[in-house]
Design a protein around this ligand. Structure first.
Ligand code: EPZ
Length: 442
């Protein structure tokens, strides 16, 4: 398995473009199951999770074409066309490699009247149940059974789901992929569906935009109440994926932790206000440098710089528009260098702290109690071999390595490759001393 070798202490300076969003692209790709017409998705990042979703959709009868002419560094355009509906089983082999495979459930059930999807297991960041997905689909009239580790979902007699009013909140708030599943399913249901306590994440808004372009009738996406009027069929669409707010937040932390200066294009400023708020409290400046009159608020150009002395902050992860759990590890790495005590509380995945023990090995002073970590700032971190089996925890360790004294080796970077398109190349182009070491070389 590949690793990154990082010589810390280099200041980052330069200009980077934020990729299309992984977490938006996955449910967008799954929406291809809702129609036989071609779906064109642009600016899809080159990631292992995207390749897994393409493989899964291919097994489910979708022809997946990728743009040929793009160079190695260019994002991809995909054309997805359902050619056959014979196979409706998302097998364990694929689902276990990527939990997000569960987002084929709603579209497949709505269009084919049945779906069999291996039940996703837990993962490094916690238990991750799918009870809310199932509750929502049951409310639309689906019969749901479990057999041999698979979820078997069947539409009512006649093969069509029925619109309904559904409360989709759970103990940890709303569910992003659960909302995506139920919203997709409701587009083809008979009658009106109201999803209450829907996820408000920008990825849900992007999915609603795509579905609307395909002919769905959806209002309220981005708010906790989404209303969907079912239609008989959906058609073709051409859609550009929103920019990845988590990659954007990670790059902001990279600029700040190296006391550098980065210009970031395709920056989804409006989707990242909670992160900007906390970073500004720490002493990081994120200023738009494009022309505000003609700028798309989700595709700005910003300059990120930071004060030499960083201030400690309190931060609590929450559903959008609160601070995203997917940026918690990266901010914690930065807070290791703040002058004083910061408090980080994780309210979405209370065990998502795989980076804590590894940062401690690098000299961080962290005390965890339950879902809260107190970070006492230190003068320096020291390079060390580290590893974490969560993608964002790994990103936090890369950031720590950029700022640490000496050499940090981040092992098993395939976790990072699931969510960051060649992060090392991007960082190296701005002055970081970071190299990928192939498994065969180590
Ligand atoms: C999405 O996962 C993202 N994944 C995650 O990003 C992200 O961390 C998460 O949303 C929260 O923002 C994708 O979009 C592919 P949830 P999802 O359902 O939808 C509980 C990354 O690093 N819950 O919104 O699976 C759940 O346990 C990944 O890119 C239930 O109780 O997350 C959690 O506490 C990791 N029952 C909370 O809700 C359910 O049926 C939010 O989870 C579903 C969820």
């Amino acid at each position: 398995m590949d690793s990154f070798v990082i010589e810390g202490g280099r200041r980052l300076e330069g200009r980077l473009r934020v990729n299309g969003s992984k977490n938006a692209a996955l449910p967008l790709m799954a929406a291809s199951l809702l129609t036989d017409a071609p779906l064109v998705l642009r600016d899809v990042p080159r990631l292992a999770d995207i390749a897994n979703m393409a493989r899964l959709l291919t097994e489910l009868g979708v022809e997946v074409e990728q743009s040929e002419n793009a160079g190695d560094d260019a994002p991809r355009d995909f054309t997805l066309t359902t050619r056959s509906t014979d196979e409706s089983h998302a097998r364990y082999d694929i689902v276990r490699t990527m939990r997000a495979s569960v987002c084929v459930l709603g579209p497949m059930l709505a269009r084919r009247g049945q779906a069999r999807v291996s039940m996703p297991g837990g993962c490094a960041i916690g238990e991750r149940p799918v009870d809310l997905h199932l509750r929502g689909l049951r409310a639309l009239g689906a019969n749901i059974e479990l057999d041999g580790g698979d979820i078997i979902a069947t539409a009512p007699a006649g093969g069509r789901l029925r619109g309904s009013t559904i409360f989709l909140g759970g103990a940890f708030g709303s569910t992003v992929l659960g909302t995506a599943n139920v919203m997709c399913a409701a587009t083809l249901a008979e009658g009106v569906t109201i999803i209450e306590s829907a996820a408000c994440e920008p990825e849900i808004v992007d999915l609603a935009r795509l579905l609307t372009a395909m002919g769905a009738r959806i209002t309220g996406a981005g708010s906790p109440r989404i209303l969907i009027e079912g239609v008989d069929a959906l058609g073709a669409a051409d859609h550009t994926v929103i920019a990845d707010r988590i990659e954007a937040g990670t790059l902001c932390c990279a600029a700040a932790i190296t006391n550098g200066s980065l210009e970031l294009e395709n920056f989804p400023l409006d989707a990242l206000l909670a992160v900007v708020d906390r970073l500004e409290a720490v002493g990081v400046k994120i200023e738009p440098i494009d022309n505000p009159t003609d700028a798309d608020r989700l595709r700005r150009v910003v300059r990120v710089t930071s004060d030499r002395s960083l201030r400690p902050v309190s931060v609590t992860t929450q559903p959008h528009p609160g601070f995203p759990t997917d940026c918690q590890a990266q901010l914690m790495a930065l807070l290791c260098f703040a002058e004083g005590n910061s408090v980080v509380t994780e309210k979405i995945f209370p065990d998502r702290f795989l980076h804590v023990a590894e940062l401690t090995r690098m000299g961080a002073t962290l005390v965890r109690q339950g879902a809260t970590v107190v970070v006492s700032g230190v003068k320096e971190l020291r390079g060390a071999p580290v590893m974490a089996s969560d993608l964002r925890a790994s990103a936090g360790l890369v950031l720590a390595g950029l700022a640490a004294r000496g050499t940090t080796t981040v092992n098993r970077v395939y976790h990072l490759d699931r969510g960051y398109d060649r992060l090392e190349t991007k960082l190296a182009s701005c002055g970081a001393a970071i190299e990928r070491r192939k498994e065969s070389e180590s």
